[in-house]
Design a protein around this ligand. Structure first.
Ligand SMILES: C[S@@+](CC[C@H](N)C(=O)[O-])C[C@H]1O[C@@H](n2cnc3c(N)ncnc32)[C@H](O)[C@@H]1O
Length: 232
């Protein structure tokens, strides 16, 4: 959510915005400009009527070089085997002053993707697969083995820096915090209630690194070298 909200604020009506791994496109509804949702599987009812959808692999994007203003990847990187190819493609299609926004669950954070035990994301993939085979149902195990490649902020920064000149951590943003994301239990409500304060704290330089390392979700804004001279 965080990065979709950010593009809602940054983009204008002339921009081309590509959302890789869009699923049902529901987060694109309020983004200005031309929005295109790309996904390997488009088998959900599509939720944004003003969006065009393309059935494609993010590792082979059907766009020309230097043609896209914003590329969004929300909770996609951790599902892709071959992240370097994906990021190379993103860098290829982005305009020189384009921006890519990336967010994924932090393998060091205490989130619990797809009902897996929390600590499993911290294990190396090979150990994770071994343990998953014993702990999970065969369907869950198959999903874990094929589609989950946990990623930490350290690993992500390394990968992103191979393609992008500037990789900036996006602090926790209260606009992306709601019971829709965290659930409706009393604990979640209290948590969401305290999020505005947490969001302020995460903006303080001295806390930012700690949030990046440990917050359940990580977000980055990435730009190519030329953007240094082209202020957006
Ligand atoms: C967890 S969903 C995220 C959906 C959406 N971005 C959101 O934030 O609600 C991950 C999506 O990425 C898609 N996906 C995985 N690998 C992909 C690839 N190589 N190219 C395009 N889409 C991919 C999956 O099909 C799935 O729809």
């Amino acid at each position: 959510m965080l990065i979709y909200r950010r593009v809602e604020r940054l983009a204008d009506s002339n921009d081309l915005i590509v959302d890789i791994g869009t699923k049902d496109g529901k987060h694109l509804r309020n983004i200005p400009g031309t929005t295109i949702g790309v996904d390997l599987e488009l088998n959900y009812p599509l939720q944004s009527e003003r969006t065009s959808y393309i059935h494609a692999d993010g590792r082979r994007l059907p766009f020309q070089d230097d043609s896209v203003d914003y590329v969004i990847m929300n909770q996609v990187l951790e599902h892709v085997d071959g992240r370097q190819s994906l990021l190379r493609e993103v860098a290829r299609v982005l305009k020189p002053d384009g921006v890519s926004l990336v967010s994924f669950p932090n393998r060091l954070g205490l989130n619990r993707p797809h009902g897996l035990p929390r600590w499993l994301s911290m294990a190396p993939k090979s150990l994770g697969v071994h343990v998953a085979r014993r702990l999970l149902s065969s369907e869950q195990y198959d999903y874990y083995r094929k589609f989950i490649f946990p990623l930490s902020p350290v690993g992500a920064r390394k990968l992103l820096s191979e393609q992008f000149h500037r990789v900036e951590y996006i602090t926790v943003d209260e606009s992306s915090c709601s019971t829709d994301i965290y659930g409706d239990s009393l604990g979640s409500r209290l948590f969401v209630f305290s999020l505005p304060l947490i969001a302020r704290l995460s903006e303080l330089r001295r806390f930012e690194r700690a949030f990046e390392a440990l917050w359940p979700y990580v977000g980055y804004e990435c730009t190519l070298p030329a953007s240094e001279t082209t202020a957006r």
